[in-house]
Write a protein that binds this ligand. Structure first.
Ligand SMILES: *Cc1c(COP(=O)(O)O)cnc(C)c1O
Length: 376
């Protein structure tokens, strides 16, 4: 019996032992050379994961701190178009409304395609900034970041991209796509502890820096400190050590290999679900895809969410339910970070047991379908 729960949620995810051990250290002076090296290492290693040559700023705070920093520093008082098809798109919309009185929410049903035509109209009507969640974790749908980037470029609007569950688990090309600000959180595909966010910022975004900025999330202050390999306020030093180790593990695996592994794991989960006769939640069109890092599956009739996840938990594994209106309607399996075939087979086996225990009879052999596909 394992002595810890296997997290197969879309974050947080299990951390490799090297990452955990990196935190078990005596305190150091965060104004000294040792921390500076750590910060510089993280910056250097994160850039390829973002697909950027821009500087990456690391904030002590969860992913949402990165989202708020992006909006507060670069969208305040602007005309903002917020694309929403899930919980996190809605969060960017809400944050935008806190910092601007001129925000249009371009809302789709959660897990359905974004309204790109409406975005075009808003850009033609003078929208100055656009917010997008690349991988909408709440619905496990991948949104068309490259398309949105093209539209923003054409209309010279700032493009704010939440890459919190795509960066380090899927192809992200912030510079090529024209994402002026991209954001990642530490506890998702990076497989680091929760509590850090990193934000990349383009020159165009710096040219749009808001005059009035928050104190703790003032990215101009982060940039100024970064020039001295520091952060403006006392950073969460142990988390930085852990993030550096997590980035080193990603370098060792190779980013392309890591992305391919994530794709393979998500493919396997989807193959199992389909074979069992379950419906995947997202509704796709030519611009939208299934997530590379998480899978959302509709509950068949009669399966109770808390009973279902309770059975899985008793087997030592945690997965996620749906958020807000999706509670009780879907369950979500995360395949982010350091997981591989053993963990995926374990979560699928537990899923099948729970489905059976609650009365669902599967159609085909999903475990075989997944195992045929799994490579890692
Ligand atoms: C998890 C997540 C967030 C929020 O991050 P926190 O670390 O919980 O603040 C934002 N966007 C997406 C897409 C996420 O998956």
């Amino acid at each position: 019996m394992q002595d810890e729960t296997l997290l197969m949620m879309p974050g947080p995810v299990p951390m490799p032992q090297r990452v955990r051990l990196a935190m078990a250290r005596q305190a150091i002076n965060h104004r000294g050379a040792e921390f500076g090296e750590c910060l510089d290492d993280i910056n250097r290693m994160l850039k390829p994961m973002f697909g950027t040559e821009n500087e990456v700023l690391v904030i002590s705070g969860s992913g949402t701190a990165g989202m708020e920093a992006a909006v507060a520093n670069f969208c305040a008082k602007k005309k903002v178009a917020a694309l929403v098809n899930g919980k996190f798109g809605e969060r960017l919309y809400k944050i935008s409304k806190l910092y601007s009185d001129n925000v249009v929410g371009l809302e789709s049903e959660w897990g359905t395609p974004l309204h790109l035509e409406r975005l075009k109209e808003e850009l033609e009507n003078g929208a100055e900034a656009v917010t997008l969640v690349h991988n909408e974790t709440s619905a496990a749908i991948k949104n068309p970041a490259e398309e949105v980037g093209k539209l923003c470029k054409k209309h010279d609007a700032l493009f704010i991209m939440d890459g919190i569950t795509s960066i380090a688990g899927d192809v992200v090309k912030a510079d090529k796509w024209g994402a002026d600000v991209a954001i990642v959180g530490s506890q998702k595909c990076l497989a680091a502890p929760a509590g850090l966010a990193a934000v990349s910022v383009s020159d165009k975004a710096w040219d749009n820096l808001a005059e009035w900025r928050p104190m703790y999330l003032d990215l101009a202050a982060y940039k100024k400190s970064a020039a001295k390999s520091q952060t403006p306020y006392t950073p969460a030093v142990p988390l930085f050590f852990a993030l550096r180790e997590a980035c080193m593990i990603i370098e060792e695996e190779g980013l392309e290999n890591r992305i391919a592994r994530h794709r393979n794991l998500a493919d396997a989960v989807r193959a199992a679900a389909k074979s069992w006769g379950l419906e995947l939640f997202p509704k796709l069109d030519e611009f939208h895809e299934y997530s590379n890092t998480a899978t959302a599956i509709c509950y068949p009739d009669g399966i109770d969410d808390s009973k279902f996840r309770g059975v899985i938990k008793k087997l030592g594994i945690e997965i996620s339910g749906g958020q807000d209106d999706l509670k009780g309607k879907i369950f979500r399996i995360g395949t982010m970070g350091a997981t591989g075939a053993p963990e995926v087979m374990a979560v699928l086996n537990a899923t099948l047991k729970a489905l059976n225990e609650l009365g669902y009879r599967q159609e085909g052999c999903g475990l075989a379908a997944a195992s045929d596909i799994l490579k890692y």
